[in-house]
Design a protein around this ligand. Structure first.
Ligand code: ADP
Ligand code: MG
Length: 534
């Protein structure tokens, strides 16, 4: 019996009978797999895979082409899909995703694409709406996929691919030019609202000062000019509300490529740059923060610092050290989200308060730079970094100017306090067995992973941008738990993540993942309250 007929026949029956349809079905030229069928209408949606021809697409063996093509096709599906069918959530970032996978047909030069969808199978109460389901799966779905993936605008697709390649070319070139980041002239950095990722209309476009201006010749033939932020210490100063945090936020997100029209397509940041903030309340397991904090009251050991409730300064110190442990090449810090006592300590305070466990960031920033770890720091309220900064960029009415010379002149009289002990770089911690929860870890929104009875709070991770990434991290956490149980203790912070390996980690969600960075994966492990390390 055809799938349509089977669905019609199920009309009015109990919802669980949908399960009878599990398996492979042929719908014209599409092959449809109903993989996991939801037990009831309120459970997470069913997972459906569709195989369709990809012969009309080109260069599918090329990595960037497939990333761009997947993004292009998936967004078209999302735009056109009815409420019941989902292919994922999409922000302005172009992420490597598993929702469409391309396969070469064995023994031929042909390609097929495997499209992963989440489908809510229609119900009336707890009964099957069979006629509606038949329409949804056997008419709406094939029409949607034809429209979205076959009848495409090839020029638009080419432009998507070209843009991604141009962005990647700059990213690849950054280290050769000694740069941490690049912001092209004409970029639009501010967003339309605090809860929006759309560009602000009538914004002041970005314009680099001449002294730090650099140009890139792109594979497409274009040449772009803009501001290069060199390795070392970069300070961003300026009056309140003059656009400092907006520049830093753009740099934070510049670790990902952005789609056309975003305004930040050519804000390109070193992929290992990590945003650091204070995060009081977080838990910490055995982190050596003694470079920043030592001699706490009651003899608390800060070479293996653990707490269930970190303060502003200890949490920020922990975040810096953990970022270094995960291989950060640069830290991005905003005064707005920092603990003041972690960042600076002024002369009067030094004289008044003699016992201070904190070695402020000002006293370490140079050593970090000497170790190859750059800092981009927004500081509008203190001049404490003037003398150590390699360059000082001023923002006034959203326009950048180079204030380095003036800041160095003013900072020349400054007494710079160096730390008494040299910086201790983090040692590798090894997590001890994590108590295995009954159910696998699960992403609940972008910033929460539920694991057993615990919610891991990821809200401080501003560079985690999609729930598909969070799902991938949940899969990795599960794998860490599993391999630990098998006695392998060396899995922490998987360095060579691929989407294919991720798919194996989270089989149920394998088609609904996006690539997270190593930094966010490790950050999630680090925020697990039940984490113990040796
Ligand atoms: P600061 O961190 O210096 O206090 P923000 O970066 O928070 O300032 O920016 C203040 C306001 O100005 C925000 O509402 C932001 O959206 C807006 N803004 C930032 N950059 C621009 C720009 N280039 N053009 C127009 N508005 C901007
Ligand atoms: Mg600010």
């Amino acid at each position: 019996m055809s799938l349509a007929k089977q669905l019609h026949a199920l009309d009015g029956q109990s919802y669980a009978k949908y399960r009878n349809l599990k398996g492979k079905h042929q719908l014209g030229e599409l092959t449809v797999h109903l993989d996991h069928i939801q037990a009831d209408p309120y459970a997470p949606p069913s997972t459906v895979r569709v195989f369709a021809t990809a012969d009309h697409l080109e260069n599918l063996a090329d990595h960037l082409t497939t990333v761009a093509t997947t993004d292009y096709l998936a967004r078209r599906i999302r735009q056109r899909a009815p409420r019941e069918i989902s292919i994922g959530t999409f922000g302005p970032e172009v992420l490597e995703r598993s929702c469409i996978q391309f396969h070469r047909v064995p023994g031929s030069s042909r390609w097929v694409m495997e499209i992963h969808l989440l489908v809510s199978l229609p119900a009336a109460g707890r009964r099957i709406k069979g006629h509606q389901a038949a329409r949804l799966i056997t008419q709406v779905l094939p029409d949607l996929l034809r429209d979205a993936t076959k009848e495409i605008d090839h020029q638009e697709l080419d432009e998507t691919i070209t843009l991604l390649k141009d962005q990647q070319a700059i990213r690849d070139e950054l280290p050769r030019r000694g740069l941490v980041a690049f912001i092209a002239n004409g970029s639009v950095l501010p967003r339309a609202a605090g809860n929006s990722s759309a560009p602000l209309q009538y914004a002041e476009p970005f314009e680099s000062p001449d002294s730090v201006s650099v140009s890139f010749d792109l594979p497409s033939g274009r040449t772009l000019t803009g501001m290069g932020i060199a390795h070392g210490i970069t300070l961003i100063v300026g009056g309140g509300y003059h656009g400092k945090s907006t520049v830093l936020n753009a740099l934070e997100h510049g670790v990902y490529p952005h789609r056309a029209g975003d305004g930040r397509e050519f804000v390109i940041t070193d992929p290992d740059a990590v945003a650091i903030r204070a995060e009081d309340g977080r838990s910490v397991a055995g982190v050596d923060i003694s470079s920043f904090i030592s001699d706490l009251p009651q003899g608390t050991d800060t070479t293996r610092f653990s707490t269930t409730n970190a303060s502003g300064s200890t949490s920020q110190a922990t975040n810096v050290v953990e970022a270094l442990e995960a291989g950060a090449s640069a830290v991005l810090i905003d005064e707005d989200t920092s603990a003041t006592n972690f960042m600076v300590r002024d002369e009067l305070m030094r004289q008044l308060v003699k016992t201070e466990p904190i070695t402020p960031f000002t006293a370490r920033i140079k050593e970090l730079a000497d170790q190859g770890i750059s800092t981009v720091l927004v500081a509008g309220g203190t001049g404490a970094f003037f003398s150590v900064a390699d360059r000082v960029l001023g923002l006034e009415n959203y326009r950048v100017s180079d204030l380095t010379a003036e800041a160095h002149r003013l900072g020349a009289q400054q007494r710079h306090h160096c730390a008494a002990q040299p910086l201790r770089l983090p040692k590798d911690r090894v997590p001890q067995q994590i108590k295995s929860p009954r159910k696998p870890p699960r992403a609940r929104g972008v910033h929460t992973i539920q694991i057993g009875h615990e919610d891991i709070d990821l809200s401080a991770l501003s560079q985690l941008v999609s729930v598909e990434q969070t799902r991938a991290i949940a899969g990795i956490l599960e794998q860490i738990i599993v391999t630990q149980q098998q006695g392998d203790n060396h899995n922490r912070g998987e360095t060579n993540l691929t989407l294919r390996s991720l798919s194996e980690l989270a089989p149920r969600w394998k088609g609904h993942l996006a690539m997270p960075r190593r930094h966010e994966v490790m950050a999630a492990v680090n925020r697990l309250r039940s984490l113990r390390v040796s």
